[in-house]
Ligand binder design. Structure first.
Ligand code: NAD
Length: 286
């Protein structure tokens, strides 16, 4: 019998996940940074689960339209909205347009993010500010507008038990310090308290706010960590489960977190990381 233990030397894509049931019929979801990587996978998973989807992007009209077309193939409504999530005016205009087009919003996935890496003594204020403004302020601005609409509309029991759901895209680096990336790690550490404080404030309004903290996911943001066999093998030293995460791994979790199946989950961070936060370096140090 063949050894069933997978090896970590192959960076081939994991087999596709099972088909998603229709967990989000009638829900309207906005996903930011959705013409690439994790955001794109979240849009497609939500569309497969029956949600209408608003696809936010800041650059790349063609990829955004490709995501819209792929979502529409699931038989749902989809439309792209160009807006910089760190710009208050553009965020407000995006929400106004989305509510005009879709009627309301039930789910926000605040996913847009970027990195501007440098050692601390080389890091410019511009690199610091860009990452904080997009990754942290951008989630504040998008969450605030979503909460305003959730409160205005209240609960529609035909759609969901809650008045609205927000999923903040965090990172294992809300917990794991990351040398050479202090701006990024600080932005994600900030997301932890942004998410928990918003969750505490908004839960009495039956608004559920949670985070997903991905580990290493195969997207353009971290190509250097997985696109050569040597880089992939090094990465696997940090991942007990022995494979890189695929964007779908996050998309399917986001569907569950947006659905009423997770109705009592409030203020939680779901680590979707193949065990990266289990301190794998200690596995052989007992
Ligand atoms: P990605 O680069 O493929 O996607 C990021 C998206 O955000 C892109 O579409 C980009 O255009 C968009 N974006 C950047 N600035 C924006 C702005 N000002 N306004 C609107 N959109 C903007 O990378 P990804 O891996 O899919 O990252 C998505 C999220 O997941 C990020 O928040 C990232 O920090 C987080 N994350 C990723 C990983 C990973 O391993 N890939 C791990 C942990 C957390």
């Amino acid at each position: 019998m063949a050894d069933p233990t997978p090896t970590s030397s192959s960076n081939a894509a994991a087999p596709p996940l099972p088909k998603l049931p229709k967990l989000l019929p009638g829900q309207k979801a906005l996903v930011t940074g959705a013409n690439s990587g994790i955001g794109k996978a979240v849009v497609l998973a939500m569309a497969e689960a029956g949600a209408d989807v608003a696809v936010n992007y800041v650059v790349g009209d063609d990829p955004a339209q490709e995501v819209v077309a792929a979502a529409q193939a699931f038989g749902v409504k989809a439309k792209a909205y160009k807006a910089d999530v760190s710009d208050e005016g553009q965020v407000k205009a995006m929400y106004a347009a989305m509510v005009a087009d879709f009627g309301t919003i039930d789910v926000l996935v605040a996913n847009a993010g970027l990195q501007r890496d440098a050692a601390i003594d080389d890091m410019t204020l511009a690199q610091w500010n860009t990452v904080i403004q997009v990754n942290l302020t951008g989630q504040f601005l998008c969450a605030r507008e979503a909460i305003r609409e959730f409160k205005r509309r209240g609960i529609n029991p035909a759609v969901s038990r809650s008045a609205g759901k927000i999923i903040c895209m965090s990172s294992v680096h809300q917990q794991i310090p990351w040398a050479g990336h202090v701006n990024y790690a600080s932005s994600k550490g900030g997301i932890l308290m942004l998410m928990q404080s918003l969750a505490q404030e908004c839960a009495p309004h039956r608004i559920r706010i949670n985070s997903i903290a991905p580990g290493a996911i195969r997207t353009p943001i971290n190509t250097a960590a997985w696109d050569t066999p040597a880089a992939y093998d090094k990465l696997m030293g940090l991942v007990p489960y022995g494979r890189i995460g695929e964007p779908d791994d996050i998309g399917h979790v986001a569907v569950w977190l947006a659905s009423d199946h997770s109705d009592y989950v409030v203020g939680a961070t779901l680590f979707v990381d193949g065990g990266m936060t289990l301190y794998p370096g200690f596995a052989t140090n007992g």
